[in-house]
Design a protein around this ligand. Sequence first.
Ligand SMILES: [Zn+2]
Length: 426
Amino acid sequence: MKKTIIPIVLFLMATVMTAQQIKVYLNAGHGGWGPDDRPMPTIPYPMLPETGRPDTCGFYESNTNLWKTLECGTRLSKNGNFRVRYSRKRNGPYPYRKGASNEFKYNRSLSEISAEVDTWGADMFLSIHSNATSEGALVNYPLFLYRGTDAEDYVENSKAMCQKIWPRLTEAMHADFEPMTHYNSSTNIRGDIDFYHSSWTNEKGITGYLGVLHHMAPGFLSEGFFHTYQPSRHRALNKDWCRQEGIRYYRGIADYFEVHNDSTGCIMGQLHVNQESSSSLELFAAISESLDKYMPANGVTVRLKNANGEIVGTYETDQNYNGIFVFYDLSPGRYYIELKGEGFKTRQGKIFPVTVKAKTTAYKNINMIRGTSTPFDDEIDGLTPITSPVGEGEIYDLSGRRINGQCLNSQLPRGIYIIGGKKILY
Ligand SMILES: [Zn+2]
């Protein structure tokens, strides 16, 4: 008897689970590498003379929206309580040709998307974008728009979803990873009709302003940051920075539906060069009260060690002027960040502790110190690490220069020395 009951029970449980899954429709805004996809110049990816747009690795809102969306959707699917549908999972075509039959392959019409949301019967809708004002403006904050007026959401719960997800989205701004010029202690959650001072009604009798919100699923469109704020645009070139925004939407959605079940957390860091101004950079107009006024540190090796001293991850910051590094899916506990980069002092040991908690990202801004780069201790073969250079014989540095005897007992910087003819790591 038992043998037959168990499979039936399991089958019923699986059916109930599927039936209870929350259907989330995700719309990554825009969808190509053409002029409609918000191409903007950055230091590594300027506008190309041939097209007037950057290389496809450069800033296109269609890229960054997609990275955020895919991460959010992947996490929702992994959670087990959600079913996800995407308006697109790709970008393109490449090369972009105006008038080509596939020009709008991924840049789909908004009315088609909103109709699909209702046909599928979504329980929630989220459209992911970034905002724009005049190029280089020193303005940066998020905006959530739902269908309706400021006083009333025309689809019940839309406003409630915005209010639940807002604190998650703004975490990185509150952690000084990017400046937040307005709404620091409030929210910017608006009805699209009042925000645009306009509305229209479609053939199904649905009234609102934004075409992509002309459906009956609760939800909203998010303008996560301003890509016209140039330092934030350089951050957005880093896929992991965008993925973290996607994770924040995911966590906000899981908060709203109260189905948060993650046992791990993340670390995100940002590296600047200590006291070195970023004002020499083109396309990098920075808000002066923010960390963006300091030079971001490119090409730094970041190592993460756990409390037992084991290396659990390595990340190389990119060459795109953001200094961002991310470590994903870490068990809760204490970790230590180690840093090494050309032209910077190597920092290792327990000087940068970070505590990871489940369901959250731990944020860490760090300043790199200019100096001579040395290898990490455990990268040096055949050396005996010692804590004090006191010993027999004279001390030389690696170039063979004799170091003054008064350094023997103290004042000697960490590094490799030759003492009594032996290479010693101090
Ligand atoms: Zn957009």
